[in-house]
Design a protein around this ligand. Structure first.
Ligand code: 13P
Length: 303
């Protein structure tokens, strides 16, 4: 199994969170990787299918190419985020060829998102990706429950959504899903929501989210594997840190570094890159992981 699997396992054991930064615009690669290196943090660089379909990441190969230019693997690895079996617009996606391309392009871990399928469909999609990825030595992330927010159309007010527990991950179902698929990492829905991506909503501030820590503890206890928090932008920091103590080992951060890029790009490449650099450093500080690469690499060597 790849070294990324070992690093995330170590992060889970040491309660150090690994942020995964999304790259929807290729020029974001340089400032994001630089911020990771300068703070000594360990992070993943990732791209989701919707970022080459609806933003300007171009293709997973283009992102891998940019990553190779700027990477320093003492501090980072490359991950494939959301490859949906059914996408945010309800379209069925032929996901296995995308996973094959990602393996060929040098991605070091992958996600299959079967959360819009029924439970059996999600399990089958996850198993088929595991078969491919594990044969190449790569760990796999899946999602159970649904982290909402990417779909077109408005979400209900946040507090209403939280109270209704719409899409929240069921702990018993999570235990069964993990046992019957053998997935490495599980994305859970516990109050987190994705930042909106429709053109109309992109400029709007994301509502602050909170987490059901009690539900998270039950999921963690029943699954025993590293858990992933999507929609990492704008969650109450004290809730994130408490979540890391309870089994969150990876947190996805998109909007917090994309919005500054979109807000400053008219001022030129330098202004936009500076804004992305500062936002990335800010997120790393909030997560309290400056210098985490050294702690994780020592831990992974001893594991
Ligand atoms: P945010 O854009 O809300 O940070 O979410 C990112 C994400 O979860 C990508 O998978």
């Amino acid at each position: 199994m790849s070294n990324t699997a070992k690093i995330i396992e170590t992060a889970y054991e040491l309660h150090i969170v690994v942020p995964a930064f999304n790259i929807p615009y290729l020029p974001m690669m340089r400032p994001v990787t630089q911020a990771i290196i300068d703070t000594g943090a360990f992070a993943l660089i990732q791209v989701a299918r919707l970022e080459w379909e609806k933003f300007e990441a171009q293709s997973l190969e283009a992102v891998a190419g940019e990553y190779k230019k700027y990477k320093d693997e003492r501090f980072m690895r490359l991950h494939l985020d959301h490859v949906p079996a059914k996408d945010e617009d309800g379209q069925i996606v032929d996901y296995l060829p995308i996973i094959r391309r990602a393996i060929a392009a040098g991605f070091q871990s992958v996600m299959i998102d079967g959360s819009r399928l029924d439970l059996e469909g999600n399990k089958n999609a996850t198993r088929s990706v595991i078969e491919l990825a594990h044969a190449a030595g790569l760990p796999v992330e899946a999602e159970l429950g649904a982290v909402l927010g990417h779909e077109p159309g408005p979400l209900p007010p946040y507090e209403e959504l939280f109270k209704s527990e719409k899409g929240f991950t069921d702990p018993d179902m999570a235990a069964d899903f993990v046992a019957s698929t053998g997935v490495d990492w599980l994305s859970v829905s516990i109050g987190n929501i994705h930042g909106a991506i429709t053109a109309a909503a992109r400029g709007k501030e994301k509502p602050q989210a909170r987490l059901s820590l009690e539900r998270l503890s039950r999921i963690a206890k029943k699954t025993g594997i590293p858990l992933v928090l999507h929609g990492g932008t704008g969650i109450r920091p004290d809730n994130i840190l408490a979540g890391v103590q309870r089994g969150i080992a990876k947190i996805n951060i998109g909007t917090a570094i994309r919005a500054p890029y979109e807000a400053t790009r008219q001022q030129g490449e330098k202004a936009a890159c500076d804004a992305v650099y500062e936002a990335t450093v800010r997120e790393i500080r909030t997560l309290q992981i400056e210098g985490s690469a050294a702690r994780l690499s020592i831990g992974a060597q001893n594991a």
